[in-house]
Design a protein around this ligand. Structure first.
Ligand SMILES: C[S@@+](CC[C@H](N)C(=O)[O-])C[C@H]1O[C@@H](n2cnc3c(N)ncnc32)[C@H](O)[C@@H]1O
Length: 197
């Protein structure tokens, strides 16, 4: 159940991304000088190192316009999930134009209450979403719930002071082999962890 404050925060985030959806990709690549593309590519490589199943099922939480989901489609079929329809609509157009090695499906869903059964994904990934969640711990718990035991979690975000205590949070949520990979002098950070078997 999402609390009152959480509901308002979630609504504000959804409205904000709905308003900027049409310009999101342009701004993203412009403001980062296109470095965000290399961060996503490196994230795929790091997560792939831990995936030990053929054709892994991958979930991209807060997929937005689908860039991370598209990058991960080289590894296996991807489901992207986001609660902002205008972002998803742009993502679906991009996917329809792209040549994808594996299918990519985008659907509406809340990261704090993911519309999936337990332990159905081999990898759960997310980029630039954690900071937007009304309840970060609840979001990570949900990602862990839908990940199969032994599966891989990959979270990419801008570095923030909270990261200093994230290792403890991951371990108290039942993740092991927690690693932090710093990109571009520490501007962005990728968290990789495995769900306990
Ligand atoms: C900064 S964008 C990142 C989009 C994409 N992952 C990327 O790398 O470009 C953040 C996305 O998270 C989504 N988001 C934020 N909170 C969410 C939640 N509780 N459930 C689902 N999506 C959420 C927003 O709608 C937005 O599309």
């Amino acid at each position: 159940m999402t609390g009152g404050g959480e509901k308002e925060q979630a609504q504000a985030v959804r409205t904000m991304f709905g308003a900027i959806a049409a310009k999101y990709d342009f701004l993203n690549h412009l403001l980062s000088g296109n470095i965000d593309r290399s961060w996503r590519a490196r994230s795929v490589r790091e997560v792939e190192k831990r995936i030990n199943t053929a054709r892994p099922r991958i979930l991209d939480v807060g997929c937005g316009t689908g860039d991370l989901a598209l990058s991960f489609s080289r590894a296996g079929p991807v489901v992207g999930c986001d609660f902002c329809q205008p972002m998803l609509a742009i993502g679906r157009e991009k996917i329809a134009r792209a040549r994808v090695p594996h299918p990519v499906d985008l659907l509406e869903g809340d990261a704090l209450c993911l519309p999936f059964s337990d332990a159905v994904f081999d990898a759960v990934v997310s980029a630039f979403v954690l900071r937007n969640l009304a309840n970060m711990e609840k979001g990570l718990r949900e990602m862990g719930r839908v990940l199969r035991p032994g599966g891989t979690l990959g979270i990419l975000d801008f570095a923030m002071p909270k990261m200093l205590v994230m290792g403890t949070l991951y371990r108290s949520l039942g993740f092991t082999r927690v690693e932090f990979h710093h990109f571009t002098g520490g501007i962005a950070v990728l968290h990789v962890a495995s769900k306990e078997r």
